[in-house]
Design a binder for this molecule. Structure first.
Ligand SMILES: Nc1ncnc2c1ncn2[C@@H]1O[C@H](COP(=O)(O)OP(=O)(O)OP(=O)(O)O)[C@@H](O)[C@H]1O
Length: 854
């Protein structure tokens, strides 16, 4: 099978309110079952003499010939999901009482029920009600399809627990974006609710003054400077790494007894060796405490709910409810087959299949491959019915090519849509300091966007938002789009059916040595003093998932070997049969580093302390450059950069043991040449070169070189430069923590200053201006050069003068005279926004200063 088509009749959701608009589903005309008509309409290709043709389109069409779309013929019937089944499955006011959130057994305060209701959640789906009944106060694992409404179950259980016990809840999510989104949502849900101590545990919050009793929902993710703790929150929402750190800290500081509920979203990530491997020790630690913490785990893709429930000693539930019925099809060559009906490929893969529809061959050269032709036709079928389509591709290049084919087959928009799409392009251009990608320039006017990791997050946000608003009709993306985004698509096309769709593998041995391992779990347990002798550590291991899937003898062997290696690596020491973490062991755990990176960094820090170059920024930048990024070096670019280094920077090069001759030799060899990594020493050296190459990119960002130019200079994508700078914030925070724990406070302070500068993407003198939202380094520099040198100066600026300066910071672009006025209005509006943001910041800072002085 070359391609899978999922025709998704997706509820349109407005992400900030969570409100569903079900009428769209009822009115849906798109998902005509193939038996409803014998032939889909032939699609009219855009023609260049169309009356609506705008200047941009004539340019576009001059460069790119429009493509005619092939017909899709239907010659077999499919039962598919019917609309009536779908409607019947939705909760209505007349259904049973336990679907109401106010149902007494759910024990939710009326204000909470009201808040849910104001965000569109009045009635539970029946499966959600079953979950709430089954879960009670015990551990609970459940699985339901994407968008089925899993979060509501966890929210109710967590909030109830927090309110009733007066203790804390910790919600673990895999991505920063999800943490931010969930924080907003939960803050809205708990607004106006006070910790209700009188009705629950007497005394829990009695000492709090009235204004302290609102529920604090606090996000935790990498990169924040403060050493925030669970103490600061009633509901903590954290990424996996951060959550593990919070638990470690709470155990170490003996405040863990304040935790009452732990929620793990996307529990299937426990099987992910890169991101999720910390989930297992995190949960195992909580389980090994002798206290009543309710653990709730959920996921859409758990193939092993029962096993996980056994591990967690939990009740469990698997729902097959689909909030939105999904009709799934497989496309092979030019034929469309049903994927999940009786007699389909999935239910009987060996039988010969009857195709439901066929895409007629195209006369267009570019669509001569059946796969391209099918993707374009299926996408256009949905677009012409007035709905959005998501197309997933496995590579960035594939995205751009597919987007441009679909754009060429798209109909000419009317003038008002055309103007709005031009505005999207303008916003994208204003982010960049180089020309916009040609593919985007051509696709967006036709209502098609793409989204992949080579783009910056701002570019991706603008495009996803335009699709969400319905301004773009097709979004072609890699899996970069997949994280938690709820977009209004009626059809999802997945190219290359076998990629990225695997369910969780049955292997669940997260703690096996090859995957980060038991070694780190033991070091953590020792460092946070969860256990410090054999018996205690073994008890801890019995709480892990590994214990449930490995023989005792193997586990015993792993236990002994790991402790021996930890001692060898000087991460623990043994005194009178008791284990203690060394300062290095504690620093690695405290900073949330993996063992391998921790020991490498320690060697590097020790080295730097002997020769530290203080008359330039490069050495300190090098020290907080992340160590475990898999970045490819372009040796030619590396060599060019060496020519630009100043004398102090060349000293950094020398002290980090980098040999320019090696770079020169590799630059003269083939494009893909690499340093050998045949021994641990060589691996470490290769890591140093790679880190230095990334440090040079970070140095350029600190010098206010725009992301797009850094990307060009180093031969990488803009997205890669941006994610380097983002991962660098989190890494810098760990490095600072690491140095502080090793009593290297001075080094930590220097790094802290530099981390602030990197966050602002600006030199030291611009730090203050760069704090203003929407002011990037280039704008900050322009403001500074035009006399606006402080927050106060911007706050007091007059809008017209500031707009003039903002105009100077925009990339120059020729505009048609009729577009100019709208553009100037936008800049004026932006000036107003910047002034009010600066005013708010300035007022906040002055208030803080006053408080400090009191
Ligand atoms: N009982 C309900 N009634 C109406 N809308 C609901 C209900 N439960 C959930 N929703 C809405 O359905 C949408 C999807 O819910 P949610 O995000 O909780 O799904 P999910 O199963 O957690 O999805 P994912 O697998 O993507 O994490 C949200 O907009 C949510 O507000």
């Amino acid at each position: 099978m070359a391609l899978t088509i999922n025709t998704v009749n997706k509820q349109e959701t407005s992400w900030n309110t969570g409100k569903t608009r079900l009428d769209l589903i009822r009115n849906d005309q798109l998902l005509r079952e193939p038996n409803q008509e014998n032939e889909s309409h032939a699609v009219q290709a855009p023609t260049s003499n169309n009356a609506f043709l705008q200047p941009t389109h004539s340019r576009f069409l001059a460069e790119q010939k429009p493509l005619a779309v092939s017909r899709i013929r239907t010659f077999a019937t499919s039962s598919g999901p019917s609309l009536s089944t779908q409607v019947a499955s939705l909760p209505t006011g007349t259904q049973q009482a336990d679907l109401k959130l106010s149902y007494a057994a759910y024990r939710l305060p009326p204000r909470l029920v009201k808040n849910f209701s104001s965000l569109g959640l009045n009635l539970l789906y029946p499966w959600q009600a079953v979950c709430l009944r089954k879960a009670g106060n015990q551990n609970f694992v459940y699985s339901a399809s994407i968008g089925a409404g899993k979060s509501l179950v966890a929210d109710v259980l967590m909030l109830r627990r927090v309110l009733e016990t007066g203790k804390k809840g910790l919600l673990v999510l895999p991505y920063i974006a999800l943490v931010q989104e969930k924080t907003k949502w939960l803050r809205a849900i708990v607004s106006g609710i006070e910790k209700n101590i009188e009705e629950s545990i007497p005394g829990a919050f009695n000492s709090l003054r009235r204004h302290d009793r609102s529920i604090r929902v606090v996000p935790f993710f990498g990169g924040s400077k403060q050493r925030a703790t669970l103490e600061d929150a009633d509901i903590a929402i954290a990424t996996i790494e951060k959550a593990n750190g919070l638990i470690n800290q709470a155990i170490e500081e003996a405040t863990i007894e304040d935790l009452a509920v732990l929620v793990l979203d996307e529990l299937h990530m426990i099987d992910d060796p890169h991101r999720g491997y910390l989930l297992e020790p995190l949960v195992s630690k909580v389980r090994s405490l002798e206290q009543d913490v309710q653990i709730i785990g959920m996921s859409a893709t758990l193939s092993n709910v029962e096993e996980l429930a056994k591990w967690l000693d939990a009740a469990w539930y698997e729902s097959d409810y689909q909030a939105v019925p999904v009709a799934e099809y497989l496309v092979h060559e030019d034929k469309v087959y049903s994927a999940n009906e009786p007699g389909s490929y999935r239910s009987s893969p060996h039988k010969s299949l009857k195709a439901l529809r066929v895409v007629e061959p195209s006369r267009e050269r570019e669509l001569s491959k059946a796969k391209h032709n099918a993707v374009v036709s299926l996408a256009m079928e949905t677009v012409l019915a007035g709905y959005g389509v998501l197309v997933f591709c496995s590579s960035r290049l594939g995205c751009q090519i597919t987007a441009s084919l679909i754009a060429r087959a798209s109909p000419i928009p009317n003038p008002s849509v055309s103007v709005q799409r031009q505005e999207v392009l303008d916003t994208l251009r204003s982010l960049m300091n180089v020309e916009l990608d040609n593919d985007l320039e051509q696709a967006i006017p036709m209502g098609v966007g793409f989204h992949h990791a080579g783009m910056t997050s701002e570019e991706k946000d603008i495009i996803a938002e335009a699709f969400d608003r319905g301004l773009l009709k097709v979004l072609v993306a890699t899996s970069s789009l997949a994280a938690g985004i709820n977009l209004p698509a009626r059809r999802v096309v997945l190219q290359e059916a076998r990629q990225g769709r695997e369910l969780v593998a049955p292997s669940m041995l997260c703690l096996i040595p090859e995957k980060r391992g038991i070694k780190r779990a033991l070091l953590e347990a020792i460092a946070i003093r969860l256990a410090n002798h054999d018996q205690g550590l073994q008890d801890y291991l019995t709480k892990t998932l590994l214990y449930h899937s490995t023989s005792i003898a193997t586990l015993q062997q792993m236990f002994m070997t790991s402790l021996y290696q930890l001692e060898e690596d000087q991460l623990i020491q043994i005194v009178n049969d008791e284990y203690y973490a060394t300062p290095l062991g504690k620093a690695i755990v405290g900073a949330g580093l993996d063992l391998d990176s921790g020991t490498f960094i320690y060697t590097e820090v020790k080295h730097a302390l002997q020769h530290f170059v203080m008359d330039c920024d490069l050495h300190v930048i090098y020290l907080f450059t992340p160590v475990n990024l898999d970045a490819k070096i372009s040796w030619g670019c590396f060599l060019n950069e060496l020519d630009t280094l100043t004398e102090p920077e060349l000293r950094v090069l020398e002290f980090t043991r980098i040999n320019p001759k090696v770079i020169q030799n590799l630059a003269n060899q083939s494009k893909d040449s690499r340093l050998p990594e045949t021994s641990p020493d060589k691996v470490a050296i290769a890591r140093v070169y790679q880190r230095f190459y990334l440090a040079l990119q970070l140095k350029a960002l600190c010098e206010e070189v725009p992301i797009s130019i850094v990307a060009n200079r180093f031969g990488v994508s803009r997205g890669a430069v941006q994610s380097l700078s983002q991962s660098c914030h989190a890494f810098a925070a760990s490095m600072i923590n690491f140095c502080q724990r090793l009593d290297l406070g001075m080094l930590a302070a220097v790094m802290e200053h530099m981390a602030d500068r990197l966050r602002a993407g600006a030199r030291a003198d611009l730090l203050e201006l760069a704090k203003i939202p929407f002011v990037k380094s280039r704008t900050a520099r322009t403001l500074w050069e035009n006399g606006y040198k402080s927050l106060k100066a911007v706050a007091e600026a007059d809008t017209t003068s500031l707009a003039q300066v903002l105009l100077l910071a925009q990339p120059r672009k020729r505009r048609a005279p009729e577009e100019e006025e709208g553009y100037l209005r936008k800049i004026h509006l932006r000036a107003q926004i910047v002034i009010s943001a600066a005013t708010r910041l300035w007022e906040k800072e002055t208030t803080l200063e006053l408080v400090d002085e009191m």
